[in-house]
Every structure is written in structure tokens, then in C-alpha cells.
Design a protein around this ligand. Structure first.
Ligand code: CP
Ligand code: NVA
Length: 299
């Protein structure tokens, strides 16, 4: 059987997404019982960017599935001194059983998967954050039932990894996605065309929020964009989830944030705290859904 990878949402079918969710919900219920999906295996987390949730949830999840795990900061291995990813992949592929990679270029994750020939998971690149969006949809469905036909409104930098993964999910799962962002922070039209589905890009925040079932935001300054901080804060200033915006959404709308959250920027303190239960359930679900992803990869 060919080795399976999770490199992006774009490659997944809706049946595969359902299968991941099924594994996630079983593993969530069975948490605390010994699992043997990764028994005898050692996985590596290879990270070139900071992480709290992704790192901890994968380290805990891999151990809970019976495996061993090592964390490799890319600056501590020869990769950080210029060893090609395809050489790193061919070495690690002979020693470990799976890899979770957080980096800049999507191509690096693709190359690692190709050259290592071991299951490889994208833990965030500049292009996509598939583990996050699978978790977000799983969390929405736990709280509100099927996402099919619902309206999801993303507010902020709509051209970064998180909204791009939402774009690919929209077509596969049949919900409407509205992206509220200044023109400059809207996704590439070619990407929208490739994804298909019902996706609306607008600069009109109020119209995007009206009747939404889920209001969602991410940081204005993604990792790697720090040099643009001042400009981004200025240009994205009005693209914030606050109490006035929540009032425009459906009365039972959820508010989510992938975290980390910057109060006073993409979300206000009071709105964040009013929806903290949802947001931290969402954060906890990273653990369950990523265990589901690994179980699906092993299946
Ligand atoms: N949401 C998310 O991926 O968080 P970390 O950057 O802390 O892993
Ligand atoms: N778009 C953000 C997501 C952080 C989880 C970033 O890339 O930094």
C-alpha cells in the first residue's frame, strides 16, 4: 500500500475528511485507554517556526498512540546550516517512522514526503494549515452539527495559510465561505478558481458577517511577516471581530480563533473572553483531531 501523507486540505476527499473525523471522535472518547497505532514507532517533529499548540498536541498525541517522539528545531540540525531537505528526508526516512513538519515553503514538506517515503504531516507552511482547519470544522460540528450549507466568515488576512485551508475545505464540505479583507489581503483568484466551491471575497465586513454561523479570525501578522507589522496593523485595522460584528451574525453563531490571539488587533478582549469556552475547546481538539489524522494515515 502506498504511504499516506497529510500535506494539505487540497489533496483530501470529503470521504477522507469524514474518516479523519470518525477516528478523532473515537480517540477523543477513548482518551486514557492505551492505544497501539504507533507501537514500536518513533516520529520526529521538525519545526522551523514557533509553536505552542501544534508542538504539544503532536508530542502528547504520538505518545498516547503508543509511539516515541523527538522534537527537532531545524536550527539544531544540519537543515538549518543548509543541508538539502531531500538529504535530510532520505536519512530520517531510514531511521524514523513518521514526520510532522512546520516550515515556510510547502515544497519542502512535499519534498520531505517524496524523499523520505514515510508518513509526513504538514504542521503549517506558508500555503496551508490543514491540521488547524480540520480541527476547526470538527469543533464546529461537535457544537452545531453538520457544517454543510452553513456560512463561515473569515475576518483579517485572507491570503495566509489558515484561510487558504478554509477555501479548500469549503468546496469539499459544501459550506459558504466569506472572506472579509482589504483587496491586498484577499487570496489569489487563481487559487480560488482551483478550489471551486462557494467562496465570496469582500472588503465589506458587515455584509460578510450578516447571518454568519461562524465568525473566525487569525493573526494579522503571520510568522515570517514580522517586517510588515506596522503596515499590516494599519491596513487591517478595521478587520476585527468585536461585539458589534458578532451582533450581525446569527444569534447562535460561534466565534473561533486558531490562536495565538492578539487582543485589540484581530479580536477584542471582551469578545475573546465571551467566546473563550469555544476557542479553548477548539484548541484542545487539536490533540484529538491530530490523533485522528495519524490513525487515518496508519489505516
Ligand atoms: N494554532 C496553532 O497552530 O498554534 P501554534 O502556532 O501555537 O502551534
Ligand atoms: N497564520 C498564522 C497561523 C498561526 C497558527 C501564521 O502563519 O503565523
Amino acid at each position: 500500500m502506498p504511504v499516506k501523507h497529510l500535506l494539505n486540505i487540497e489533496q483530501l476527499t470529503s470521504a477522507e475528511i469524514e474518516s479523519i473525523f470518525h477516528h478523532a471522535s473515537v480517540l477523543k472518547k477513548e482518551r486514557g485507554q492505551p492505544q497501539s497505532h504507533l507501537s514500536g514507532q518513533t516520529w520526529a517533529l521538525i519545526f522551523s517556526k514557533s509553536s505552542t499548540r501544534t508542538r504539544v498536541s503532536f508530542e502528547v498525541g504520538i505518545r498516547e498512540l503508543g509511539g516515541n517522539v523527538m522534537f527537532l528545531n531545524s536550527n539544531d540540525i544540519q537543515l538549518g546550516r543548509g543541508e538539502p531537505i531531500k538529504d535530510t528526508a532520505r536519512v530520517l526516512g531510514r531511521m524514523i517512522h513518521g514526520a510532522v513538519i512546520r516550515t515556510y515553503a510547502q515544497q519542502d514538506v512535499v519534498d520531505f514526503a517524496t524523499y523520505s517515503d514515510i508518513p509526513t504531516i504538514n504542521a503549517l507552511t506558508d500555503d496551508e494549515h490543514p491540521c488547524q482547519i480540520l480541527t476547526d470544522i470538527f469543533t464546529y460540528q461537535e457544537k452545531r452539527g453538520s457544517i454543510v450549507g452553513k456560512v463561515v466568515t473569515f475576518v483579517g488576512d485572507a491570503a495566509c495559510n489558515v484561510p487558504i485551508s478554509w477555501i479548500f475545505a469549503a468546496a469539499k464540505l459544501g459550506f459558504e465561505l466569506r472572506l472579509a479583507a482589504p483587496k491586498k489581503y484577499q487570496p489569489d483568484p487563481a487559487l480560488l478558481k482551483r478550489a471551486g466551491g462557494h467562496v465570496v471575497c469582500t472588503e465589506d465586513l458587515a455584509s460578510a458577517a450578516r447571518g454568519a454561523d461562524l465568525l473566525y479570525t487569525d493573526v494579522w501578522i503571520s510568522m515570517g511577516k514580522e517586517a510588515e507589522s506596522a503596515q499590516r496593523c494599519h491596513e487591517l485595522a478595521s478587520y476585527q471581530i468585536n461585539e458589534d460584528l458578532v451582533k450581525l451574525a446569527n444569534p447562535d453563531a460561534l466565534v473561533m480563533h486558531c490562536l495565538p490571539a492578539y487582543r485589540g488587533k484581530e479580536i477584542t478582549e471582551s469578545t475573546f473572553e465571551a467566546h473563550a469556552k469555544t476557542i479553548f475547546d477548539q484548541a484542545e481538539n487539536r490533540l484529538h483531531v491530530q490523533k485522528g489524522i495519524i490513525a487515518w494515515l496508519m489505516g
